[in-house]
Design a protein around this ligand. Structure first.
Ligand code: FMN
Length: 178
C-alpha cells in the first residue's frame, strides 16, 4: 500500500514531523513518500494520504492549502489524515483553561473537513528559533510582545507523532512492527 505524506514547512520544523511520520509508517511495512506539497502538486497514484503544514496566524501555509484544494477529489475518495505544527511551549492549557492543542487548530481543519472528509486531524507542537526567521517574521521576532507569545525552542513531541502514525497504520490494516 502506497502512502503519501505531503507537507509545507517554512523553517523545517514541520518537515521534520512529516519525515518522522513517514519513517514510522514505513516501519509498519507501508510504502511511503514524503514530499513538499508545492513540489508534488498532483497527488494521484497513492492509496492513502497524510497532509500537514506549519500554522502561521491560524492558517496553513499557502502551498498546503492549494495542494488540498487542487487534489480535493483524490483526497476525499481515499483515506486522508491532516496535521498541523504550531503551538510553541509546553503548557497543556492556556490562561483561560482551554486546551492549547485544540486552540491551535488551523482554520483549514474546519474548511477541509467539509472538502476532503479526513479520517483524523492532529495538532503537534512545533519549533521556533528567533535567529532563523526571515523577512517579516524577523521583524516580528524582535518585538518584545511577540517574543512573549512565541517562546523559543524545539517543542516537537516525537512520541505523539509515533502514536498517531501507529494509529493510521492500524486503520490502514498495516502490520505491527516487530
Ligand atoms: C510569525 C509567526 C506566527 C505564528 N503563528 C502561529 C499560529 O497562529 N498558531 C500556532 O500554533 N503557531 C504559530 N506559530 C508557530 C509555528 O507554527 C511553529 O514555529 C511551527 O512549528 C513552524 O514550522 P516550520 O518550521 O515548519 O515553518 C507562528 C510562528 C511565527 C514565527
Amino acid at each position: 500500500m502506497k502512502v503519501l505524506v505531503a507537507y509545507e514547512s517554512k523553517y523545517g520544523a514541520t518537515q521534520g514531523i512529516a519525515e518522522r511520520i513517514g519513517e514510522r509508517l514505513r516501519g509498519h511495512g507501508l510504502e511511503v513518500e514524503v514530499v513538499r506539497c508545492s513540489v508534488l502538486r498532483d497527488a494521484t497514484g497513492f492509496d492513502a494520504y497524510v497532509v500537514g503544514s506549519a500554522t502561521y496566524e491560524f492558517n496553513w501555509r499557502k502551498g498546503a492549502r492549494k495542494f488540498v484544494e487542487h487534489n480535493a477529489g483524490v483526497l476525499s475518495t481515499h483515506p486522508t489524515w491532516l496535521f498541523s505544527s504550531g503551538p510553541l511551549g509546553t503548557e497543556t492549557v492556556d490562561k483561560d483553561g482551554k486546551d492549547v492543542l485544540k486552540g491551535a487548530e488551523p482554520k483549514q481543519f474546519a474548511d477541509f473537513g467539509y472538502l476532503v472528509h479526513p479520517k483524523g486531524t492532529q495538532v503537534f507542537r512545533g519549533a521556533y528559533h528567533h535567529d532563523e526567521t526571515r523577512g517579516g517574521d524577523r521583524i516580528l521576532a524582535w518585538m518584545p510582545a511577540i517574543r512573549d507569545i512565541l517562546p523559543e525552542g524545539d517543542f516537537r513531541e516525537w512520541e505523539a507523532m509515533d502514536a498517531w502514525a501507529d494509529a493510521i497504520a492500524d486503520e490502514l490494516g498495516a502490520k505491527t512492527p516487530a
